[in-house]
Design a protein around this ligand. Structure first.
Ligand SMILES: [Zn+2]
Length: 359
């Protein structure tokens, strides 16, 4: 068996391991510690009830995360209507080369079957948006094709090996609630055992294993919560953050080799295709570095709302609604700052149409 296949095979059993661990926690905390060692009986019953309510909530939320699903793009989204802009860009470059610098607008021919182009959207270096060849659909800015679901997921965050499901726009809020609850049950078990350790008669070895397990799990989940809070701060998904990490490492390697002396300073993560601020019918392609956060609204609460809104997931069911939704993807704050940087010539711009799109 190939190593990748073996890892995939083992990944399938990870949720069962988590269930087994929670089962062990239930046995050691409720039975070995609370029932056998804690007195009076009322305190023992109180601990068992609180622990089991928390455990039931955990399993309930886990079921809800998997049952709700991450949120899928339910229809095939046609490409953006970029044809005129591409041809206009080529004309504009030729005009510039001829020395024709007179300010003029360029004609835009629209195609009904294609999606109208938003003022700004995330693209590749050629200025083109992502396209899913499996779903035969436009990959709107934050959609990602999940190989485990074989569909494009809206604002996909990651595939959670421990829960056995994909986390996306629709179940991200529930996922956050679940990890907070898991942290809380570990903290509750640990504090209960630690504070009552002097009043109980002898400690069963499973209780000691339970304490070690709680501390380890608490540390791991706290790290996960902190990571998610940092991501929400800039309105980033785990996938986006990991991609930036790969880029940072790649540029660090370039810097070490000293091949492209200035290129390592750029650290380009992605590009934005946007309307030319003054010439109608022309679009620009602008590089973004790892320090740019195109979805950051500037407010933690607003970012949190944006990441956890189930209403946002419901916008991707119908082509007409998608056309409107696709116009609101890059945050207003980012759009304003980017236009300001272009105006001040602080950022390198390329005319859309300059790069050939033939592969
Ligand atoms: Zn897809």
């Amino acid at each position: 068996m190939k190593p990748i296949k073996l890892i995939c095979c083992l990944q399938r059993f990870t949720p069962l391991c988590v269930v087994a661990l929670l089962g062990f926690l239930e046995y050691s905390f409720s039975y070995e510690f609370s029932y056998k060692c804690v007195h009076p009986r009322s305190a023992s019953i109180g601990l068992i009830v609180i622990f089991n309510v928390l455990l039931t909530l955990i399993f309930g939320l886990w079921f809800a995360v998997l049952y709700s699903g991450p949120g899928f793009i339910e229809c095939q989204i046609p490409p953006y209507d970029l044809d005129s802009f591409f041809k206009n860009g080529q004309k504009y470059i030729k005009d510039q080369q001829k020395g024709d610098c007179s300010a003029k607008n360029y004609e835009i021919v629209t195609h009904k079957e294609l999606l109208s182009v938003p003022d700004m959207f995330i693209c590749n270096f050629q200025g083109l948006p992502g396209w899913c060849t499996t779903c035969k659909s436009l990959k709107l800015t934050r959609a990602h094709h999940s190989s485990s679901c074989n569909r494009c997921v809206i604002t996909m965050d990651h595939f959670c090996t421990f829960l056995g499901g994909v986390i996306g726009q629709k179940n991200y809020g529930m996922f956050l609630g679940l990890i907070v609850l898991m942290n809380f049950i570990c903290l509750f078990s640990f504090i209960s055992i630690f504070s009552l350790r002097k009043s109980v008669n002898g400690t069963h070895p499973t209780t000691i294993i339970c304490v070690i397990g709680c501390i380890t799990f608490f540390g791991m989940v706290t790290n996960l919560i902190l990571q998610n809070l940092l991501q929400i701060r800039h309105n980033e998904t785990t996938i986006e953050q990991l991609a930036k990490g790969d880029i940072k490492r790649a540029y660090r390697r370039i810097k070490k080799k000293g091949i492209y002396e200035k290129d390592h300073l750029k650290r380009i993560a992605t590009y934005v295709n946007l309307k030319h601020p003054s010439i109608e019918g022309i679009r620009l392609v602008v590089p973004l570095t790892v320090e740019d956060y195109p979805y950051d609204t500037g407010s933690f609460i607003e970012n949190f709302r944006c990441r956890t809104s189930r209403r946002h997931a419901s916008l991707f069911q119908d082509k007409k609604v998608i056309a409107v939704a696709s116009h609101q993807e890059v945050s207003k704050l980012f759009a304003e700052k980017l236009l300001e940087r272009i105006h001040k010539h602080e950022i390198e711009v390329t005319i859309f149409g300059k790069e050939s799109i033939e592969t």
